[in-house]
Write a protein that binds this ligand. Sequence first.
Ligand code: NDP
Length: 245
Amino acid sequence: MQLNEKVIMITGASSGIGAATAKRLASAGSKLVLIARREDRLNEIQQEFPEAEILIESLDVTDYTAFETAVQDTIDKFGRIDVLFNNAGIMPNSPLAEKHRNDWQRMLDINVMGVLNGISAVLPTMEKQRSGHILTTSSTAGHKVFPGFAVYSGTKFAVRAIMDGLRQEEAMNHIKSTIVTPGTVDTELFNTIPDAEARSAEAALHKNVNRSLSADQVAAEVVHAIDSPDNVSISEINVRPIEQL
Ligand code: NDP
């Protein structure tokens, strides 16, 4: 199936990696379902690509019922779901001793339960089709822990495990699973770190990285995986700035 035939749902489509992926796919003629809370940002993408077939679903990924409604809307409009890119995430980092329990809960809810909500909402449709592709954004922090990153890393390790389980459980149904683990990408994500100390720890980690990746550079790799031949499963994409260790 060509990119211009595919029906693709993207969470976190209002900025950064999700928005860049949406724009690449809109240019390729894919049928898109753009998901995030900031509807105005999603509308801006739609206005940028007036020819593209785009459904806007403004929802919070922690709301499973809203996700199920979005899936039904997608089937009503496009008749199928070929791809879900589970990309929404936040990173309010802080040292554990500061006990920012609300931030821990939000990260678990959005970065982990949000991904599980997406998977469980689309899986029955993909199983019925006996084809589909689910991608989830983890991080280099899903391979390696840094001070201040314990909970964020925990969520990103968790989704790697979940996606590998999904790959094994759904291989015979021809449903692909791809985990995307980017290094530092120049996006709004860093605005979600409220703690000044954690923000400077984050900056120190990457002090030797002169040039972060652009969101579009990550999007190019995501689109490459989405466009892979039916029998090819790209199960992990590690992409980082050349100077990032
Ligand atoms: P952005 O902050 O630009 O994008 C995050 C997206 O997630 C936004 O579209 C935001 O939309 C959406 N989002 C956040 N919370 C929710 C929610 N509760 N419900 C629905 N949507 C939500 O950052 P990035 O593009 O960098 O982040 C995308 C993914 O990449 C994240 O999972 C992040 O952890 C991961 N990542 C980023 C790296 C980086 O260096 N930037 C490195 C490695 C991984 P809205 O606020 O409108 O709801």
